[in-house]
Design a protein around this ligand. Structure first.
Ligand SMILES: [Zn+2]
Length: 307
């Protein structure tokens, strides 16, 4: 779209109406074309004006090149807003008026809808409540790390339009309260939540422990035979190792894991690091590193979803 302004036979006091242009991009550059070279000194923000629907002047950059002036907004135009361009008093190199006054309106297109990937992801912060999980070198509890990283991950995914459900979002376990803590009942409840939500992916978050404090690093499990699960495990593992600088222990067959066996989703279980290792434990217990873990897992999700 261009605006062509040729000096017409009408008196200069009559404004030439150029109509309304619709569906204009919010950063659109208008090109005004005259029939003679314009005097740059007469091209300015008083002679070429863009105003919004309230009549306020909008900042635009003007670039003059012989017969043309390009008009670009300094900031993006607002979606769905109506603007006016008025052009007057632009002269040619001999000082003759190049045109009568001209006016045109344009309406910026509607804001594009954010793509909703239509995907539900189940986040499973490992352990909780009566089950603390692993206890770290200096006493950090696995259940606290997994919950914090899980909630941070959920917030990141939700911001991008992904439906998120949690197996838990507070410090609880999911086994019946009436008896002593029952691991398989707790795990089955987590699988039920994922299955009921028809989650595409389940991401179970854990931290490791070993008798020797030297053991360290990140590893991620997937259900052997799940192509989608393996892809997600690879992507999540890669981003955690890259962003956190943890030792890469690789992706592993986790078909034996209760949560992998009893969920209908593509399910992964990531062991972020070793709580039994002082350096890993320090990262797992740090708020800023927990943000990095959550971000890295989210990157893996976005990668497999092509977002
Ligand atoms: Zn665990």
């Amino acid at each position: 779209m261009s605006i062509f302004l040729y000096k017409s036979v009408y008196a200069d006091s009559v404004t030439k109406e150029l109509g309304v242009k619709t569906n204009v991009d919010n950063n659109y550059t208008w090109t005004i074309t005259f029939n003679k070279d314009a005097d740059k000194n007469t091209v300015n923000n008083d002679n070429i004006k863009v105003t919004d629907s309230l009549g306020n002047k909008v900042a635009v950059n003007l670039v003059t090149n012989e017969k043309t002036v390009k008009v670009t907004p300094v900031n993006f135009y607002k979606y769905s807003e109506t603007y006016d361009i008025n052009v007057e008093n632009v002269k040619d190199l001999n000082g003759n008026s190049l045109l009568q006054k001209a006016h045109m309106s344009f309406i910026v297109k509607e804001e594009p809808q954010k793509p909703n990937p239509g995907v539900t992801i189940c986040i499973d912060p490992g352990h909780g409540g009566r089950d603390p999980g692993a206890i770290g070198y200096s006493g950090v509890k696995e259940k606290d790390v997994t919950l914090k990283v899980g909630l941070k991950l959920g917030n990141i995914l939700k911001q991008r339009g992904i439906n998120v459900i949690y197996t838990r979002d507070t410090d609880i376990d999911l086994a019946p309260k009436t008896s002593s803590f029952n691991v398989s009942a707790d795990l089955q409840k987590r699988c039920d939540i994922s299955n009921a939500a028809n989650a595409k992916y389940t991401i179970s978050i854990h931290a490791n422990s070993f008798s020797a404090s030297s053991a360290n690093g990140t590893e991620t499990y997937y259900y052997e035979g799940s192509v989608e699960g393996k892809k997600l495990a690879e992507a999540v593992q890669k981003h955690i190792v890259e962003d956190l600088g943890t030792t890469n222990r690789g992706i592993k067959d986790g078909s034996w894991l209760y949560i992998a066996k009893h969920t209908t989703s593509a399910t992964i279980l990531t062991e972020l690091g070793f709580l039994s290792n002082p350096e890993d434990e320090r990262k797992l217990n740090s708020d800023s590193y927990q943000n990095k873990y959550a971000n890295a897992i989210a990157k893996g999700v976005f990668e497999v979803l092509g977002m």
